[in-house]
Design a protein around this ligand. Structure first.
Ligand code: KG4
Ligand code: ZN
Length: 348
């Protein structure tokens, strides 16, 4: 089955056509036939974050161009089904993808699947080399993106139980806000990570001592806004040197990593988890990946770690096509005219 994925939930417009076969499990195989992505990151950088109406306008402009580009890559072959992100995300942006897919479906008569963006992140992280990685349920998904920080237990494909979540800012949001405080450009994650790495390899002393919010509380929830405030206190009304900025970035990244690792390990223990799947934009962070890997090794590899290829950790359309196939195969189609954007769509 050829399935087209369309993603417009935030500031990436992306379209991907895959060929997929087999039941979702060991027999599942896929290959990417055509793939395009237009990132608006530089456009939003001047606002220090995503500006929804501008993002919507860009999606509207990009969608037909990207679709044409994919059609060219695949020699005009049409999809057998179309998957589109319906949430969570910015509603004006989600609607651009939905309306575009409604028109495509109308022309092609291909059936349509509405996809949860976060399910897409999970599905993509479970793949390697055109198939599902070897792993065992129960799975714990640690979802860390610009809008979400969640721990999700999966006992089988498509079955989700959210067991932990952030009470305020998401991990990626904290990276972006702290980057702004440190006068680093949007998106902040890669920038903070870059200067934190330099500070670590320079090996200087630990200059700051930021909190590890909720780390020792007996629950699986997160909170990152206090961490951001603690960074603000260090920089407001002061001029910070480059070395101080790098030291703060390092301490911030350490604090986020400590909390993510601590909570993930607690959930692994509590739910008898066999596989830890990490997904969402922040999972591109090498330091956080490394810390998770070391924590699992120190516990005798109690769970297998699955992470996405770094270039596919942030938003893309392959993840939507993959989740779309999962539902298409179960014939979970939606009448295109009843597709609705849900900015707060939640798993489970
Ligand atoms: O999944 P994603 O592309 O979009 C959402 O669904 O939100 O995640 C974007 C987030 C941004 O907050 C960005 O700063 C963060 O992922 N991010 C990173 C890194 N790369 C992207 N955070 C930390 N380290 C990175 N290397
Ligand atoms: Zn995302």
């Amino acid at each position: 089955m050829r399935i087209l994925g369309v993603e417009t939930s935030c500031d990436e417009t992306a379209i991907c056509l895959i060929e997929a076969s087999g039941e979702f499990g060991p027999a599942f195989r896929f290959s990417v036939l055509g793939d395009t992505l237009a990132s608006q990151a530089t456009l939003h950088a001047q606002y220090g974050g995503v500006f929804p109406n501008l993002a919507k306008r860009e999606h509207l402009k990009n969608l037909p161009v990207l679709y044409e580009a994919v059609q060219k890559q695949v020699g005009g072959v049409k999809p057998d089904a179309i998957a589109v992100t319906v949430g969570p995300g910015l509603e004006p942006c989600l609607w651009t993808g939905i309306n575009f897919v409604q028109r495509l479906a109308d022309e092609s008569k291909a059936p349509v699947v509405g996809v949860d963006h976060m399910e897409g992140h999970i599905m993509l992280s479970m793949m390697a080399h055109g198939k599902l990685s070897d792993f065992e349920f129960p799975v714990l998904a640690l979802l860390i993106s610009g809008g979400h920080t969640e721990l999700v237990v999966m006992r089988s494909f498509g079955e989700y139980e959210v067991v932990g979540r952030t009470r305020d800012d998401a991990a990626g949001e904290a990276f972006d806000k702290v980057a702004r405080l440190l006068s680093l450009p949007y998106p902040g994650g890669p920038e903070i990570s870059r200067i934190a790495r330099a500070a670590r390899s320079a090996g200087g002393p630990r200059l700051y001592n930021l909190p590890r919010p909720m780390l020792h509380e007996n629950n699986l929830d997160f909170s990152f806004s206090g961490l951001k405030t603690a960074v603000r206190r260090q920089v407001e009304d002061k001029s910070v040197t480059d070395d101080e900025r790098a030291a703060l970035a390092r301490e911030f990244e350490d604090a986020v990593a400590d909390v993510l690792v601590g909570k993930a390990m607690r959930a692994i223990d509590e739910y008898g988890i066999n596989t830890l799947v990490v997904g969402g934009g922040v999972s591109a962070n090498d330091y956080i990946r490394e810390r998770l890997k070391t924590a699992l090794e120190n516990e005798g590899n109690i769970a297998k770690l699955l992470v996405p290829p770094p270039e596919l950790a942030t938003d893309n359309a392959l993840m939507i096509a993959l989740a779309g196939y999962f539902h298409a195969q179960k014939k979970e189609f939606t009448d295109p005219s009843s597709l609705t954007a849900d900015g707060n769509l939640a798993l489970g």
